[in-house]
Design a protein around this ligand. Sequence first.
Ligand code: NAP
Length: 316
Amino acid sequence: MTQPNQQPSQQSSQQSSQQPSSRQQPGGQQTDSASSASSATNTAADAPVVVVTGATGPAGIETSRRLAAAGRRVVAVGRNADALTALAAGVPGLAATEQVDLTDQAAAEALAQRLADKFGRVDALVHLIGGWRGGKGFTANSEDDWKFLSGNLIDTLRHTTLALHDQLLAAPAGRAIIVSAKAAGRPTAGGANYATAKAAAEAWQRALADSFRRKQSGRKTDPVPQTAAAVIGVITAIGDKPGFTTAAALADWVLDTLDEPDADRINGERLPLPANPPAGPPADAPPIAPAAGSPAAPADASPADAPGPAAGGGPA
Ligand SMILES: NC(=O)c1ccc[n+]([C@@H]2O[C@H](COP(=O)([O-])OP(=O)(O)OC[C@H]3O[C@@H](n4cnc5c(N)ncnc54)[C@H](OP(=O)(O)O)[C@@H]3O)[C@@H](O)[C@H]2O)c1
């Protein structure tokens, strides 16, 4: 398990992606009756409330840390009690932790109600629940893998945004943010389940953006300024490799997106996140010119969320 004070790594992402059941509570359906442990907070009582789902994953840990340090009241959501306890111990200033399985719609609704009762507002949702499964070739896209991926990548997003929609809309600068994968637009045979789930999550997110627009600047009568935005960030993968995006860069992008004053400009947009620069040749190596006619390296050289080399038989 990744500890909050560790640098999130590709390996820890792989672990959480590959072993979801190892972190589930007995029965796998821990819901709202579970802990709502508050940790010491250094955030102001009127600071924006940001819900980070998948807060115990590599991106979630770094994002929770970054947002808490920036004075947001961060509610960190995950399924695993031990991971949440470690998060609260390692990330100072969390407003609360919530142990919720967001594949359970009633649990998501109960979470939204608890947040309304406790804080009276939710300003942003940063939805960072992930997971990857795939195989060698198209026919390896199993039913089990689809159920896992559609549950983690689509259902948790559906449930959470349905439950928080009205609170996000009412916030001074409501934001719903997801991190998608280039694979959604460039599926591989063996990663069809994954790419399809990510593409569906993107469609859902754009529909949410449409709702925000219709309720604000797009209202037929008495339009109001657009303050809410649903945004899709796109990466190849999280990590330190060339072309990947570090968890720290992802967290910075999330903070920038929360701070973006022009909601209209970003609502419904699919925005590339900063990526690590390509690997350069060793300092003492002579430059190598590509052979005439040789294909360029794929921009997206590894399956997103993937636990290793191209399990799907090619770039994501
Ligand atoms: N990792 C990558 O290379 C990559 C590539 C492209 C896009 N992305 C996207 O970037 C985001 C962050 O990625 P990540 O690797 O940090 O995510 P992750 O580790 O796969 O997932 C983050 C956390 O989500 C929690 N979670 C899983 N199912 C849940 C559920 N039903 N209810 C509540 N919590 C649940 C898990 O915590 P518990 O153990 O507590 O359940 C897990 O630690 C994801 O949306 C992912 O799809 C990642």
